[in-house]
Design a protein around this ligand. Structure first.
Ligand code: PLP
Length: 386
């Protein structure tokens, strides 16, 4: 049996060796504390579960869903955009529900990248921007995000021959993995850049609703002119602890939404209607539980950042996301420090290089574990690095 060449083009899976070691450690009974996964540990909101139960009991939800999503769900998304960002969206032409935002992020290049075209991709960044581009036959050109450039891509430094072939610019703020945040003026520059260079701006907004210390994350669609060149991916996964439910959406420039709809009609058959009812309950229902969860993430962020500071690892507490981006001690690489933590104190973190070469020198801590475990993790870390 022969696999297709495109599979060979995929970058190596950098977590494979760590996964193997974690499995080994677990097999010998180690008490692993994992800061590795970006999957909220807290349950989905109770009223969302109730809405799902009720909808699932209705046989009307048991048949194939609509490709374009339930009109009520699209209306609910459009109305949320109005309330949250002051953005006026047409629920028919400017919103498309997704089977989780990863599905849409992966498929976008199929609709926008021809063989030889370039996608401009944040490095470090969520790996699917790159894998989607490669599998569509495109070329991923990485834009280094470093502490020195405030984790913002230097758009002016992109060579003109690359720009000539570029079709898509990916952005993600609050960022996975760096947790960097931006204000609207950065999006205004990016929109202007994309219009000038005839690029689609694809903003991944998975973490805009998890922010701290009075910071409110903007939507790229707030910027004047964005509806001509930009789309934004949203997800209920992190906002409402709904990673398992597989529900999100893409919204923005109608030409791009039309292309995504056309593509998706041929790829999947929509989201289970009961899950869409749950999605409506999540967006339109009470937000107290969500706000409580955000506060718990903030508290965990403080526990971790204060703990790191007390051992001489100074990290500016991030204003958004569920991650902390931590420099590795001198003499270590991302991977060697990851292995060191696993071998010496049964702690799992994600090596920065798993998100791109510019992630070298960093590891990512997720805030997806209870205070007590997090505190124990910090103490183990203190002993290991001392
Ligand atoms: C930056 C970013 N975008 C998108 C996703 C995908 O989220 P989902 O497919 O659950 O909506 C993730 C998940 O970790 C992520 O970190």
């Amino acid at each position: 049996m022969r696999t297709a060449k495109r599979i060979e083009k995929l970058p190596p899976y950098l977590f494979a060796e760590i996964d193997r070691k974690v499995a080994e450690a677990k097999a010998r009974g180690a008490d692993i504390i994992s800061f590795g996964v970006g999957d909220p540990d807290l349950p989905s909101p109770p009223h969302v579960i109730e809405a799902m139960k009720k909808a699932a009991a209705d046989p009307g939800t048991h048949r194939y869903p609509s490709y374009t999503g339930m009109p009520e769900f699209r209306e609910s998304i459009a109305s949320w955009y109005g309330k949250r960002f002051g953005v006026d969206l047409d629920p028919n032409d400017e919103v498309q529900p997704l089977v989780g935002s990863k599905e849409g992020i992966f498929h976008l290049p199929v609709a926008f990248i021809d063989p030889g075209d370039v996608a401009l991709i944040p490095d470090p960044g969520y790996p699917v921007y790159e894998t989607g581009t490669i599998l569509a036959g495109g070329e991923a050109v990485l834009l280094p995000l470093t502490e020195d450039n405030g984790y913002l891509p230097d758009l002016a430094s992109i060579p003109s021959d690359v720009l000539d072939r570029a079709r898509v610019l990916w952005l993600n703020y609050p960022s996975n993995p760096t947790a960097a945040c931006v204000d609207r003026s950065f999006f205004a520059e990016a929109v202007e850049f994309c219009k000038r260079n005839d690029l689609l701006l694809a903003h991944d907004a998975a973490y805009t609703e998890i922010t701290f210390d009075g910071y409110t994350a903007p939507s790229v669609l707030e910027v004047e002119g964005a509806m001509d060149c930009a789309i934004e991916f949203h997800s209920l996964s992190k906002t409402y602890n709904m990673t398992g439910w597989r529900i999100g959406w893409v919204a923005g420039a109608p030409v791009a939404i039309e292309a995504m709809k056309r593509l998706k009609t041929n790829v999947d058959s929509g989201i289970f209607d009961a899950v869409q009812h749950a999605g409506i309950a999540a967006i339109e229902g009470p937000q107290d539980y969500h706000l409580e969860c955000v506060d718990r993430f903030r508290h965990r962020r403080d526990l971790l950042c204060d703990g790191l500071k007390s051992m001489g690892i100074v990290v500016e507490p991030p204003k958004g996301s569920i991650y902390v981006w931590v420099p590795v001690p001198d003499g270590h690489t991302s991977e060697s420090f990851t292995t060191f933590l696993l071998d010496t104190c049964d702690i799992v973190v994600a090596p920065g290089t798993g998100y791109g070469p510019s992630g070298e020198g960093y590891v990512r801590f997720s805030l997806t574990l209870e205070d007590e475990r997090l505190g124990e993790g910090v103490e183990r870390l203190r002993k290991a690095v001392s």
